[in-house]
Design a protein around this ligand. Structure first.
Ligand code: AMP
Ligand code: ZN
Length: 329
């Protein structure tokens, strides 16, 4: 049997007790219908057969939709990276009858981006769903590897800035007022842990699965998978024959979120339900953020909380770097 693997390896403790996710062979009966179980969920003290697991997963998203209001009368944009999370959320929303439009930002990272696009396209074609793919090179003028080699900044935060801005633009072009992402329980609990440790109060306030638009040109941001964890999503994609791109982003190695995820995975192994208690407790206690209104970027008009948006500031940095390099003897 596989153990519950994270970036730092399996958690300590008894793997039979702590293992969560799809099982290689049935080792018990479904908690609901007594058929042979396929998925083990220690945090719910349950084991499910494929059908009951499917129901469990859909119900988790339907529950999430109570505080993540998605429109029925207009299309919803789904930010599709080609990974398991965004393909799973796209699949579930499509099954629940939402009109969805996939949007993908091609970052131009050799091999990784090609594999991501292939997985997103394969999924969209199989279901006959629309997918718009645009590249960072076409929208910004440079692919991510070139930005990385030119500016001395944390590449994950640069990537976050360009994704936030251009995925918002693509959602708008798709005629959607809401942009859905595949962020899951592990992502959000790890982010919460990091923000708690570093007392980042402003980020803590914004850690909510639905953020209303703060500007007329901004889509609301929605995370309908905040109630399900990575093992559950992996089981869902596998049982539904969804083929996500394999392997993570080569630029994200050493990202601090990995340490929080590993720590939480260990705690979850010892005390099933820890991630859920941490995140859901925070969401319940804090409720949706008040949300300050955004202004428009002085240069490009895109939504921003500062005089210049993050993308325009990044462009300035790239140009300054060009000038510096040109001035070098
Ligand atoms: P990440 O920040 O890479 O963990 O991704 C979080 C979520 O952002 C994914 O589940 C997707 O919904 C979305 N996303 C990430 N990368 C892309 C991309 N290149 N194009 C479209 N959506 C993306
Ligand atoms: Zn701007």
């Amino acid at each position: 049997m596989k153990s519950n693997q994270g970036a730092g390896g399996p958690p300590r403790g008894n793997p039979e007790r702590t293992f969560s996710g799809l099982m290689e062979r049935p080792v018990g009966k479904c908690t609901r219908c007594k058929a042979p179980a396929a998925v083990r969920l220690p945090s719910h003290n349950s084991m499910f057969c494929p059908d009951c697991f499917d129901q469990f997963f859909l119900t988790a998203v339907i529950r999430a939709l109570k505080i993540v209001p998605l429109p029925r009368e207009a299309p919803v944009a789904v930010a599709v990276s080609g990974g398991k999370d965004s393909l799973a959320v796209w699949d579930v929303l499509h099954r629940l009858g939402f009109e969805t439009r996939g949007v993908h930002l091609d970052l131009g990272i050799p091999q990784f981006s090609e594999a991501s696009i292939d997985a997103a396209r394969e999924f969209a074609e199989k279901r006959g769903l629309p997918l718009a793919v645009h590249s960072l090179e076409e929208l910004f003028g440079h692919p991510l590897p070139r930005i990385r080699s030119q500016v001395r900044m944390d590449i994950c935060s640069v990537c976050g800035t360009v994704k936030r801005s251009y995925l918002n633009l693509l959602a708008r072009q798709a005629g959607a007022g809401v942009l859905v992402t595949g962020h899951n329980l592990d992502d959000e609990a790890a982010r919460l842990m990091g923000n708690l440790i570093h007392r980042r109060k402003r980020y803590l306030e914004k850690l909510y699965p639905f953020l209303a638009a703060a500007h007329p040109a901004q889509a609301a941001r929605a995370k309908p998978l905040y109630r399900v964890d990575e093992a559950e999503i992996r089981a869902y994609t596998s049982l539904n024959h969804i083929r996500p791109a394999q392997g993570g982003c080569p630029f994200s190695r050493g990202a601090t979120s990995t340490y929080y995820k590993t720590a939480l995975l260990w705690m979850e192994g010892e005390m099933p339900g820890t991630k859920r208690d941490l995140l859901w407790g925070h969401i319940r206690e804090n409720g949706p953020p008040q949300g300050d209104a955004f202004g428009s970027c002085e240069r490009c008009g895109e939504p921003t909380g500062a005089p210049l948006c993050g993308v325009c500031r990044l462009k300035d940095r790239m140009e300054n770097q060009d000038l510096k390099s040109a001035g070098r003897p």
